[in-house]
Design a protein around this ligand. Sequence first.
Ligand SMILES: [Zn+2]
Length: 143
Amino acid sequence: MSHRELKDCIFCQIAAGQRPASLICESELTLAFVDLRQYNAGHALVIPRAHLHDVRDLDDATGAALMSTVTRVARAVSTAFHCEGMSLWHSIGEAGFQEVPHLHFHIHPRLKGDHLFQLYPTSPPTPDRTTLERYAALIREKL
Ligand SMILES: [Zn+2]
């Protein structure tokens, strides 16, 4: 990763205090702040301080710290704002609609019928058990 890439990363700039953000909390390894876009009030982001692209780059300590902050902030958002449910998501790559190439989890309050997004634009296939077992084996081999 080039120096320029890091310098231009808006989340690295926020972590370094070089760009304004409405901070929720920070720890040695993580940071949580309010997203600029508030489709439903309370939309927050949680990031590692380190410039990591996505969860595949996480070490165990940073991963544990990240999930701890996600959990704390999700609890707080769900009680601070009107919230009938929540969506938590982490996008990876262009195909996954990752907009900032610095690992981040969205914590988003949901309201019934808010049309923020829904899973599966069409009904997905439900393969037989043999196929599911084969998929599990393919993934296990790579653990
Ligand atoms: Zn970054």
